[in-house]
Write a protein that binds this ligand. Structure first.
Ligand SMILES: Nc1ncnc2c1ncn2[C@@H]1O[C@H](COP(=O)(O)OP(=O)(O)OP(=O)(O)O)[C@@H](O)[C@H]1O
Ligand SMILES: [Mg+2]
Length: 249
């Protein structure tokens, strides 16, 4: 249902004609070329597509970690593409939990400190932040490793810290870039359940990049990145063919 300004009634995120160009020397590489999509509050959307198709680039733009070359990104009523760096950072700290494809843990902080960081940056009271961090350490099975530094952790353990960190500030929008890519099947299934249960129970919006067809199956909707555009953005449900995703690149 469209409102007078063209926005769908239940739309929470809206990409409008997003273009992203990277400059490499005197060459320009167009990575995103006219991305349009809407995501509803509380929706779990999986983004799939070939390696190098622009999935992480789009997620970074949605997280406010980078700005589009052209186009608008609305989260609620706010156009984050038009915010200055400082306001974008403040917005991100309060509203977005991000699981990076390559973790990006802070090497000089312990496991606990890495996880606490997001709650602290979002302005949580220290005792609340610690209680929340402890809950998440249990949920991702890392209570024994709280005082260890990231370089002593396996890839899967680092990924679990990255997931706990993304959830610690209780952000309404969770963005996850291949969050189970480095985990064994059982741990991956456990972590996915943690993310999806939390999203459903607390009506959080979850946008997840994945190469896994099993994960995409569980999403409310799958968007495919192809030639710098998201396809099937507005159809709601999936067509039968889309459910049988190929995982290979
Ligand atoms: N900062 C940058 N400068 C130049 N090119 C970049 C930059 N970031 C990304 N690219 C290019 O943009 C394209 C898309 O990259 P992106 O990381 O978004 O792909 P992806 O879909 O996430 O791939 P993967 O599945 O391998 O993670 C790639 O060709 C990449 O080389
Ligand atoms: Mg990527």
């Amino acid at each position: 249902m469209a409102t007078p300004n063209g926005k769908r009634a239940n739309s929470f995120i809206r990409f409008e004609n997003i273009t992203k160009t990277f400059r490499e020397g005197d060459q320009e590489r167009v990575v995103l070329q006219g991305v349009n999509a809407e995501i509803a509050r509380g929706e779990f959307v999986a983004i799939v597509g070939r390696s190098g198709s622009g999935k992480s680039t789009l997620l970074n733009l949605l997280a406010g970690l980078d700005t589009p070359t052209r186009g608008d990104i609305f989260i609620g009523d706010l156009n984050i593409a038009k915010l200055n760096d400082n306001d974008r950072t403040l917005f991100r700290r309060k509203h977005i939990g991000f699981v990076f494809q390559f973790f990006n843990l802070i090497p000089t902080l312990t496991v606990r400190e890495n996880i606490l960081m997001t709650a602290e940056l979002a302005g949580w009271k220290e005792s609340d932040a610690h209680a929340q961090a402890n809950r998440l350490l249990d949920a991702v099975g890392l209570r024994e490793r709280v005082n260890v530094f990231p370089d002593k952790l396996s890839g899967g353990e680092q990924q679990r810290v990255a997931i706990a960190r993304a959830l610690c500030a209780d952000a309404e929008l969770i963005l996850a870039d291949e969050p189970t890519g480095n985990l064994d099947a059982e741990t991956g299934a456990h972590i996915l359940k943690l993310l999806t249960t939390l999203a459903r129970e607390k009506n959080k919006t979850l946008v997840m990049v994945t190469h896994s067809s099993e994960i995409a199956e569980q999403a409310d909707r799958v968007l495919r990145m192809e030639d710098g555009k998201l396809t099937r953005p507005e159809t709601g449900g999936l067509e039968t063919g889309e459910r049988r995703l190929e995982t290979g690149d």
